[in-house]
Design a protein around this ligand. Structure first.
Ligand SMILES: *[C@@H]1O[C@H](CO)[C@@H](O)[C@H](O)[C@H]1NC(C)=O
Length: 229
């Protein structure tokens, strides 16, 4: 009887260990934001309107040219004449089809003096940003509400772990500019002011009034001012 119990305990421990190993192995996949590619080149054919789990359908290999591997989508300075004084130009798969199945993309952010890239998150990617012009004050807030902030100068980089709330503000005298790399071909961007105050259709004023403890007239005024964001 005692021998049977020992065997059962040993078996239980062995099963637990196997389960733990399986779980640990599984966690290693969490590093990948997008699935791995299965082809050398899979230039997105955006014209089909179809989306698969691993991105867009591929343009036929026979039709791929060197031009498919190059994009000037981030070459131009963004127009920062808006309420926030910043503009994000997206270099994702939607604008640069060559990124399809590559698991990466890049944005450019231009800032007027005092410009702010409003608090936002990227649900599908971590971010690596390099400041190529000016000086920024950056903030990152973790899921357990810890706030990190820092002044980041030209030539310096900073990271934003996947999904975390973050913002940047140009604190230099002139313009500022960054390039941001993502480990997803389409990282997504959820801007706090845009999501909550400029959704389609609009979130009820009364609800936002209660959430932010502001009177409804202030909520309405805020919504009216946050146009074209
Ligand atoms: C920038 O945007 C503003 C506001 O929409 C517009 O009036 C202006 O003409 C734009 N400037 C350029 C250079 O496109």
């Amino acid at each position: 009887m005692a021998g049977q119990t020992t065997t059962a305990t040993t078996l239980f421990l062995l099963m637990s260990m196997i389960l733990m190993i399986i779980l640990l192995l599984d966690f290693s996949y969490v590093c990948h934001a997008d699935p791995d590619p299965v082809d050398d080149i899979c230039i997105a054919d955006l014209s089909t309107g179809q989306r698969f789990a691993n991105g867009y359908p591929c343009k036929p290999a026979s039709q791929v040219t060197a031009d498919d591997l190059v994009s000037d989508v981030l070459a131009k300075e963004g127009n920062t004449s808006n309420v926030f004084g910043s503009f994000t130009t997206h270099g994702t798969v939607v604008k640069f089809p060559g990124l399809n199945t590559m698991g990466m993309s890049m944005n450019r952010v231009d800032f007027a003096p005092g410009g702010i890239n409003a608090p936002h998150t990227h649900p599908r990617a971590s971010e690596l940003v390099i400041v190529v012009r000016g000086t920024l004050f950056i903030g990152i807030i973790t899921a357990d509400n810890k706030y990190f902030s820092k002044v980041v100068k030209k030539g310096e980089m900073f990271i934003v772990p996947r999904g975390l709330m973050h913002f940047q503000c140009n604190i230099g005298k002139g313009k500022a500019q960054t390039y941001a790399a993502f480990n997803s071909q389409l990282p997504g961007g959820i801007s706090v002011p845009k999501s909550l105050f400029r959704s389609t259709p609009s979130i009820p004023d009364g609800l936002l009034s209660k959430v932010f403890q502001l009177d409804e007239a202030t909520v309405r005024a805020s919504k009216a001012k946050l146009v074209n964001i």
